[in-house]
Write a protein that binds this ligand. Sequence first.
Ligand code: PLP
Length: 477
Amino acid sequence: MTMDHDEIREALTAMRARDLPTHGGRTLAYVYDSGLASADAIGREALAAFASTNGLDPTAFPSLLQMENDLVGIAGRLVDAPAGFAGVVSSGGTESILLAVLAARDARPDVVAPRMVLPTTAHAAFHKAAHWLRVEPVLVDVDPVTKRADPEAMAAAIDERTVLVVASAPSYAHGVIDPVEPIAAAAAAAGVRCHVDACIGGWVLPHLRSTEPGQQAWTFAVDGVTSLSLDLHKYAYTPKGVSVLLHASADLRRTHLFASARWPGYTMLNTTAQSTKSGGPVAAAWAVVHHIGADRYTSLARDARTATLDLAAAVDGIPGLSVAAPPDSTLLSLVADDSCDVFTISDEMLERGWFVQPQMRLRDLPATLHLTFSAATAASSALIAADLAASTATAQASGPARSAPELVAMAAAIDPATLDESTFTALLGAAGLAGGDGQLVLPERMAPVNALLDALPPELREALLLGVIDRLARPTP
Ligand SMILES: Cc1ncc(COP(=O)(O)O)c(C=O)c1O
């Protein structure tokens, strides 16, 4: 079926209208808005100009290699990379993390059943890496008050099978910087690699150092840090599709580079998971990074940081709500007391035009609300505080969202290992989420669904979520 230009534009606009806004500062997760129209324009221009170029072969498209090397150099200087460091540009934080785990695993062929030591707050990308790459995750509880990794417990978890130890700067869920110094020291003492996940903090924390000299150390300046990931499509405010993975030396990177000459086609030579790789995102990142420049990144970082601290202070005055941990960066995590629940507050905020992200409980860590502050959100912290207060009051009036006990019992009886289509369909029906054709219908308000999932163990949540994505991702008839 063909469509003319106008029809295509209209159809795209109509589909896009159902999405969250990417600009304007009202979406406090997933998107990063510098508020600089010129940065967006130059990024889009470069994205379009390089969309069809291919990073598959650096000799055919030397411009892309040049831009990647430039970005790796700039990123390295931001995070105190040592002489002789090396890096790659990947499609995002998850890919950078997968590559860091792959490199660590394959550098230790002597270890038969490799493990990595993770604080419980490490990003889910490490669980994906564990699953894909068959590296067993050893989870270590974080400090229940500060939500920071516990260095002694992490050190104690390292054994002869450990190939990687991980710290976050900051963690996504709570926005706190792990104590990288003792963690990296313990890893180094055991001869194990240490990765710092600065995917979300890597481009913002360095720009806050001048105003916050007390920021705890988390870069390559810390002895024992062997690799570090930082995403440009977050606080470098570039279009999606760009992250940097840095290694303290080219040697440490070797085990995730890949070449194949074992087929009769072109020689395949990749630094990352992708082979054909659009030059669009890297060109856009190169353009935006050079357009914004260090001074403006500093003022954007300060704006987002000030807004984060202002909101944290305002939350102190909202009955029922508190800050889960004092924020070290530009992310805020909020927890509700027994009078209400974060899932209803999230729904209420959406009604008021704000997307704040619900996060479920894990072990002793309660469910929270996550807010990522962009520079463009900075002007709105008073408005957000007012709407959070109103949303919390409404959530208190309705009381904590709870699923019907029969529904929780029905879900809890499911064995995640054997969950089949008919059981899943029956559960959807009981939860009121099944359309006439048995298809999944998402409700307007997510609190009851989130409360149900929150009441279940993570393995069962995962099995149900896989059922959800399986139902959602089906061909259009
Ligand atoms: C700390 C951290 N690590 C990793 C990631 C994964 O990044 P991506 O979504 O680009 O794959 C994120 C994303 O928010 C993050 O905050």
